[in-house]
Design a protein around this ligand. Structure first.
Ligand code: PLP
Length: 284
C-alpha cells in the first residue's frame, strides 16, 4: 500500500516519524478523511477547504497548494490495488526540541502524511435494518469545529459504543444534541429534517452539508436549529452521517426504539438521493 510522507511515496510499513513530532507528543495537528469511489475523490474541494480551515485555526501554515494536494491524492489513489478508498491526510506542526507546549521559536517543517485504506460503504443489510446507538455527555473541548488529531474524548466515546455493543455514541451538551463520536446526527420531527446548527461545539461534516444540500434540491422540508434531548428521544427518525458511513438510520437509542424501530420513509428517500448523487459524480 503506497503512502506519502513529507514529499516521498513509499510502502506504508516503511514510513515512520520522529518521536519528537508534536503530533506524537501533543496531538498538535489536524487531519482529513476523503472517500474515493471508483478512484474518484468525493467532494474533494470541500474536504481540502476544511483541511485549510483546520490548519488556519491551529496556526499551522498550509504546506501545499490546492494543486499539490490534488497531486498527492491522485498519486495515492492511482497506486492502490482497490477502487474504493478512504484517503487519510494528516498535518502536524512537525518535530521540535526541547519539548515545550508553546510553538517552537524556530518555525518547524510540518509533517505531512497520507495513506489509503480500502473503503467499504455500509452493506445493504445495515441500510435496511439501521443501527443502534447510545447517548453520553459531551466532555470534549470548545473547539470541536477543528478536525484536530487530539481525539482522546472521541476515542473514549466510541469505545463506550463498542462496550455497549452498538455502533455509535451520540453526544449531548447542556440538554442539546451535538453530534456523534465520529459522525453528525440528524433528527426527523413531524416530517421535518432537523440538523443541529454548525458551531464551535461540533464538526460540520462534509456529508452533513451534502445531506442538507440534497434536502434542498429534492424539496424535503428541513431546518437547521438547536435540537433538545427530548426532541432527540421523541424523534420519528434519527440519522447518522459521515464520509465512511454515508447516511445510516439509528433505530435504537439507549435501548429504546426510535419511532417504530425501523428506518423511516424520509431516511429511505435521503439514502436514495445520496446514492444517485454519488453515482453521478463517479468516474465510469
Ligand atoms: N463529527 C465528527 C466528530 C467526526 O469525526 C466526523 C467524521 O469522522 C464527522 C462529524 C462527519 O464528518 P464528514 O461527513 O466530513 O466525514
Amino acid at each position: 500500500l503506497t503512502a506519502y510522507l513529507n514529499g516521498r511515496f513509499a510502502p506504508l510499513g516503511d514510513l515512520s516519524v520522529p518521536v519528537l513530532d508534536r503530533g506524537f507528543l501533543f496531538g498538535d495537528g489536524i487531519y482529513e478523511m476523503i472517500p474515493v469511489y471508483n478512484r474518484t475523490p468525493f467532494r474533494l474541494n470541500e474536504h481540502l477547504g476544511r483541511l485549510a480551515a483546520s490548519l488556519a485555526s491551529v496556526r499551522i501554515g498550509n504546506p501545499h497548494t490546492l494543486a499539490e494536494w490534488r497531486g498527492i491524492i491522485e498519486t495515492i489513489v492511482a497506486r492502490q490495488p482497490f477502487d474504493d478508498q478512504s484517503i487519510y491526510l494528516q498535518v502536524t506542526r512537525g518535530a521540535a526540541y526541547p519539548r515545550n507546549h508553546a510553538f517552537p521559536p524556530e518555525p518547524t517543517t510540518p509533517t505531512v502524511f497520507a495513506f489509503a485504506d480500502p473503503l467499504t460503504p455500509p452493506p445493504t443489510q445495515l441500510v435496511q435494518t439501521g443501527i443502534a446507538a447510545v447517548t453520553q455527555a459531551d466532555v470534549r473541548w470548545l473547539r470541536c469545529d477543528i478536525k484536530a488529531i487530539s481525539l482522546l474524548a472521541n476515542v473514549l466515546a466510541r469505545q463506550s459504543a463498542v462496550d455497549a455493543g452498538v455502533a455509535e455514541t451520540v453526544l449531548l451538551r447542556d440538554g442539546k444534541l451535538i453530534e456523534g463520536s465520529a459522525s453528525n446526527i440528524f433528527v426527523v420531527k413531524d416530517g421535518v429534517i432537523l440538523a443541529p446548527p454548525p458551531s464551535n461545539l461540533m464538526l460540520t461534516g462534509i456529508t452533513y452539508d451534502l445531506v442538507l444540500e440534497l434536502a434542498d434540491r429534492h424539496g424535503l422540508p428541513h431546518q437547521v436549529r438547536d435540537i433538545t434531548e427530548a426532541e432527540l428521544r421523541g424523534a420519528g427518525e434519527v440519522w447518522l452521517t459521515s464520509s465512511s458511513k454515508e447516511v445510516l438510520a439509528i433505530v435504537t437509542l439507549d435501548g429504546a426504539p426510535v419511532g417504530n424501530g425501523a428506518p423511516g420513509p424520509i431516511y429511505k428517500a435521503m439514502y436514495q438521493h445520496y446514492q444517485v448523487f454519488k453515482a453521478g459524480v463517479m468516474r465510469t
